[in-house]
Design a protein around this ligand. Structure first.
Ligand code: FAQ
Length: 331
């Protein structure tokens, strides 16, 4: 219904986690190729676990782009000026385009798009924790546009050098657009930070609300990360969760502080000797609750996607079978 994702002889639901069962010769060649910096392409041989991990990660990333457009989308009708409204519409449209690129990259691994959407709706497949929080004020939109886009770029620039060709190429295109979103978000952030006392307070409150989910964004600390070791070995993930978090803090905390905006962590500081940032660990129990479906907006976000799937069904049916007759859904 959504596209093919069909690979003859592959049942993606039966991919297993065992490396021991793989042909050792093929596995060695595959790993040598990755070690050499070559890209793996869809029709190349790959271990089942590599395929399975990539499907999981790219699919979650695609869902996140779609879900990420939802909190921002709620502010299109309430943007403070025409200029901001136009920019926000364009950004939301870009995010949905990123999801299309990513779903297409995941489909090359054999999972049909319809199955990915079904897994999102059933809660089987995750999406980024940050998009389960509400955007309460316009300042939340600038925090998303600046700091969440910045966090996404840190992750995506690194992983665009990764081993799987279709994902790495999609990320390169996505990063070009995200860099523009970041500029737009930063400009809005600076505008509020240098505005009236009321605007500064609105921004400070939004930063305080979003800081813990942003710290969660890069995933759990290295010692509890489940997938990092495999993903890093196969150059899907090009840095650990803590390394990405550290890079983000290094690049963006000074930009926030120089505007006189504070961050709600009294222990946040750079250790100049080690070059590493020190911080209070965010509440990881909250993180796991949120990604398992019990955040402030999970139900609302899934309901919007469910609505879109139902309302768009006739379009997809018409695309696949244009000669049949379809009645439009009642709004
Ligand atoms: N949210 O073993 P690890 C964007 C899960 S795009 C939810 O460390 P991994 C654009 C993880 O899946 C944002 N779940 O996992 C935009 C696993 O659960 P599982 C999305 C998370 O894969 C901006 C468990 O925790 N970006 O923002 C999160 O090695 C503005 C254990 O974790 C991507 O998806 C999380 N934050 O590392 C749009 C990039 N973190 O699957 C609109 C690609 C971890 O076993 C507006 N993904 N989990 O049930 C990645 O790079 C990696 O998947 C990480 C996590 C780094 C996110």
């Amino acid at each position: 219904m959504y596209g093919s994702g069909y690979i003859p002889g592959l049942d993606y639901t039966k991919l297993n986690n065992s490396i021991a069962q793989e042909d050792p010769q093929k596995l060695a060649e595959f790993e040598a190729k990755i070690e050499n910096g070559d890209k793996i392409e869809p029709h190349d041989w790959m271990p089942q676990q590599y395929r399975k991990q990539l499907i999981r990660l790219i699919e979650q990333h695609a869902h996140s782009e779609i879900m990420g457009a939802l909190p921002e989308g709620t502010w299109i009708t309430r943007a403070p000026t025409l200029k901001r409204k136009l920019a926000l519409i364009a950004k939301v449209q870009d995010e949905i385009g990123h999801a299309q690129l990513l779903y297409a990259a995941a489909e090359t691994l054999g999972k049909p798009r319809e199955a990915m959407i079904n897994d999102l709706l059933s809660g089987k497949s995750k999406y980024s924790n940050v998009f389960n929080y509400p955007a309460e004020t316009w300042a939340d939109i600038t925090v998303i546009g600046f700091l969440i886009d910045a966090a996404a770029i840190v992750n995506q620039l690194l992983n665009s050098k990764g081993s799987y060709g279709p994902y790495s190429r999609a990320l390169k295109r996505i990063c070009a657009e995200e860099s523009f979103h970041l500029k737009q978000g930063y400009e809005g952030f600076v505008y509020l930070a240098t505005g009236s006392p009321k605007q500064r307070k609105m921004l400070q409150d939004a930063v305080n609300r979003w800081w813990p989910p942003i710290m969660h964004f890069f995933g759990p600390p290295n010692k509890t990360s489940v997938h990092s070791e495999k993903l890093m070995k196969w150059k899907v993930k090009m840095a650990s969760n803590d390394e990405m978090r550290n890079r983000f803090l290094d690049q963006y905390v000074p930009k926030v502080w120089e505007l006189g905006i504070t961050l709600p962590d009294p222990n946040l500081r750079k250790n100049e000797e080690t070059g590493r940032w020190e911080y209070t660990e965010p509440d990881w129990e909250e993180f796991f609750r949120v990604i398992k479906g019990d955040g402030p907006c999970n139900k609302e976000r899934i309901a919007v996607r469910q609505w879109a799937v139902e309302k768009g069904r006739w379009v997809r049916q018409a695309l696949f079978n244009p000669s049949a007759k379809y009645s439009l859904p009642v709004a």
